[in-house]
Design a protein around this ligand. Structure first.
Ligand SMILES: C[S@@+](CC[C@H](N)C(=O)[O-])C[C@H]1O[C@@H](n2cnc3c(N)ncnc32)[C@H](O)[C@@H]1O
Length: 302
């Protein structure tokens, strides 16, 4: 097997996204079903695409896969993918303009500029084209604190200014490469269950839902105004059974509750007919000490 760092990775996620899977690509790749190389699997479905680390990797390294169906409930994110796919030149032009206005400013004025764009992003969407909204999202993602995407109960993006010295706002080369890869993909906004229409026995489904919080206080599930609840995790287990019935293969990643509580058997109980294994990963987004070190992450397959 060729090492990950020797494989093609020209296009990479164009947004930093909480829960990004770049560090787990190796483990994901080890668990791809046999049908990936034999031509039996021709479609890749990702119902919680987020930044798309696994999608970009697979789309560039497995030419046997001809069709990619990507879903996410976050409409700003889906709009951004579609702008990169369909109108990347206008997007680059708009983003370049924002970068040229922002970078020469002093830190205080940069913060004011950031807050102005954030306000427009939240309140002027009706007047903006898809490309302009996408450019604002990328700008905010590159200049906000930690590249987070977080919204409040009114669905307003509320991440504070990051204050970085030289953020790369318009990565033209990567946007062009990403646009090319996205030509093979359909990107749809909606709940993960909507992806069922793309799933059949020639499909591989990679599911990376918002994590089941390790503890009541460690939650980072506000990718959208509706958080992903325990009930949604159960709905997801039912969806995995539906995938299995259709004869498709899946891989699901999630947080391991046993990091915090050895007696928490949520996954053993809800995914009992599937194979559950644990791999090490480092967790960045939360403030507890264990949240930054190496913790176990679950990979569930059928
Ligand atoms: C852990 S992130 C995915 C990270 C991604 N694998 C990456 O590498 O960046 C989870 C994603 O699920 C999306 N999401 C949350 N609830 C959803 C739902 N009900 N249906 C579909 N997507 C949902 C969020 O908007 C978020 O982008």
């Amino acid at each position: 097997m060729i090492a990950i760092n020797e494989k093609i990775k020209l296009a990479k996620p164009f947004l930093k996204w909480a829960g990004g899977k770049t560090q787990l690509l190796n483990e994901i790749e080890k668990r791809l079903p046999d049908g990936f190389l034999t031509g039996q699997i021709t479609t890749y479905v990702e119902p919680f695409v987020g930044g798309g680390a696994a999608f970009f990797y697979i789309a560039q390294n497995y030419p046997e896969i001809k069709k990619f169906c990507l879903y996410d409930v976050n409409s700003d994110l889906v709009n951004c993918y579609n702008a990169v796919k369909s109108d990347v030149r206008s997007l680059i032009k708009t983003l370049n303009k924002l970068e040229l206005e922002f970078l020469p400013l002093k830190q205080n004025s940069r913060k004011e500029f950031y807050l102005k764009i954030r306000k427009k992003f939240n309140h002027e969407k009706i007047n903006d084209s898809g490309v302009k909204i996408a450019a604002k999202l990328i700008f905010l993602n590159k200049t906000c604190f930690n590249g987070l995407y977080r919204v409040n109960g009114k669905d307003e993006f509320n991440v504070p200014f990051g204050g970085y010295k030289t953020p790369k706002i318009c990565d033209e080369k990567n946007l062009l490469a990403a646009s090319e890869v996205l030509q093979k993909a359909e990107i749809i906004c909606g709940d993960f269950t909507k992806s069922r229409k793309c799933i059949n026995k020639k499909t591989f489904v990679y599911l990376d839902p918002p994590y089941r919080p390790l503890s009541a206080t460690a939650s980072f599930t506000s990718y959208s105004k509706d958080s992903f609840t325990e009930q949604d995790q159960i709905r997801l287990a039912d969806f995995c059974r539906e995938i299995e019935k259709k004869g498709a293969k899946f891989l699901l990643s999630n947080s391991d509750p046993k990091n915090e509580n050895k007696e928490d058997h949520f996954f053993e109980n809800n995914f009992m007919e599937f194979s559950i294994c644990r791999v090490k990963a480092s967790r960045m987004i939360n403030c507890k000490a264990y949240g930054r070190g190496q913790i176990d992450e679950l990979l569930i397959t059928n």
